[in-house]
Design a protein around this ligand. Structure first.
Ligand SMILES: [Zn+2]
Ligand SMILES: [Zn+2]
Length: 396
């Protein structure tokens, strides 16, 4: 991992990617010029606002539920109707084909933050990770579909890939034109649901690669730059919980807690209730709690070490006490983890000899033990926080 590098090996600027560069500069420019001119003599009707919102949602969810969680990460399966709906919405977003997008995104996860290999490495700065990576033909974003054999075998994905330009024209001009004519506001809908929707959707999605790797918290891992940011989740259909997503990319949820704003997960879950999506992947809650508590211990250890450095080897009496509490809690945490590993081994053996008629009974017993371990892990986290609350007081 190239943590300290901020520039790629080759410093020569690659060629400009003209189609992307023109699209990404001309569409905002056109919106900035055409919208005020239109508003000078017209007003936007309520129905046009609603169509704008619906197209924005269709387009956004096509990317989040479709491009991202379905095709890039395979976090669930969907019926052809749902796939078609998401593909039309995602095509409208003009973020390249599913194949190119998902393959690049898998590379992003595999080499996150690597300035040579991550196509939109946040270590190369805000501008690069937000939009710059698309404006030139950087080697890091060269298409390579070796990591997407499942997608190259998918007829719907390949149809979109092979007919991409006519499909983006149809979805961006044809659909708004059709709806605009139907409601009697052709130009209003073309402008709002066509152009303005496209520009807004572009930049909020790009925030995931830029801001969600810069601002927010890291409750699950600090091994990469990804952050959980509830404000970003509000405008990105739930994708702002990016720290969780980078550690558990195969979970269909990004906002894993029930109260976290993640409309994409609610959509996928609702569709599963009526049989349109299935096999929703969830990381076991114990694994998630473990990551959170392990992260708390890591932070506490860093805090203690830096305080010890300040106070010198003769740690103050109170600080020494906190250190003792920390060590005791850490030992207990490690012990719980060892029990968990043993239990997982038992579960594995049980699955291997899944012939016994007692299996249901045994599995039930394991489930109870696992939930007890989960409660203990949560308790370790709470104890640690309690010890550190005292520490915060002591420092102030
Ligand atoms: Zn990311
Ligand atoms: Zn992802």
């Amino acid at each position: 991992m190239t943590q300290s590098k901020t520039q790629p090996q080759s410093s020569k600027k690659p060629e400009i990617n003209w189609p992307a560069a023109l699209m990404l500069t001309l569409t905002p420019l056109a919106a900035l010029i055409l919208l005020p001119i239109y508003l000078w003599s017209h007003s936007i009707s309520l129905s046009t606002w609603c169509i704008f919102a619906l197209f924005l949602a269709w387009n956004g969810l096509g990317i989040t539920a479709g491009y991202h969680r379905l095709w890039a990460h395979r976090t669930y399966e969907a019926s052809w109707l749902v796939r078609l709906f998401l593909m039309i919405g995602g095509t409208m977003a003009i973020q390249n084909s599913v194949l190119y997008w998902a393959s690049g995104h898998r590379t992003h996860h595999q080499h996150v933050d690597d300035v040579d290999k991550d196509p939109y490495s946040a270590k190369r700065g805000f501008w690069f990770s937000h939009i710059g990576w698309m404006l030139r033909n950087f080697p890091s974003s060269e298409s390579n579909y070796k990591n997407a054999p499942d997608l190259t075998r998918d007829p719907m994905v390949m149809f979109q890939h092979n007919h991409y330009v006519p499909l983006i024209l149809l979805s961006n001009f044809g659909l708004p034109a059709l709806v605009g004519s139907a409601v009697g506001d052709f130009w209003g809908v073309m402008l709002m649901a066509g152009l303005v929707r496209l520009v807004v959707s572009h930049h909020v999605t790009f925030f995931i690669n830029s801001l969600a790797h810069m601002f927010g918290s890291q409750p699950y891992t600090d091994e990469n730059t990804a952050r959980d940011n509830p404000w970003l989740a509000l405008v990105t259909w739930g994708e702002g919980y990016h720290n969780f997503h980078h550690i558990f990319q195969y979970d269909y949820r990004n906002g894993v807690k029930w109260w976290q704003f993640d409309p994409t997960k609610w959509l996928i879950l609702s569709l599963s209730k009526i049989g349109l999506t299935r096999n929703l992947k969830r990381i076991p809650s114990l694994t998630i709690v473990h990551a959170e508590v392990a992260m708390k211990f890591k932070r506490a250890e860093q805090k203690l070490s830096s305080s010890a450095a300040v106070y010198g080897l003769d740690m103050k009496y109170d600080l020494e006490q906190i250190r003792q509490k920390f060590n005791a809690e850490y030992d207990a945490f490690s012990e719980t983890m060892n029990e968990w590993v043993k239990l997982k081994e038992q579960a594995f053996q049980l699955k291997k000899q899944a012939v016994s008629d007692r299996i249901g009974h045994l599995e039930q017993g394991l489930k109870v033990e696992l939930s007890q371990i989960e409660a203990r892990v949560r308790a370790h986290g709470k104890n640690l926080e309690a010890a550190f609350n005292g520490f915060a007081l002591l420092k102030s």
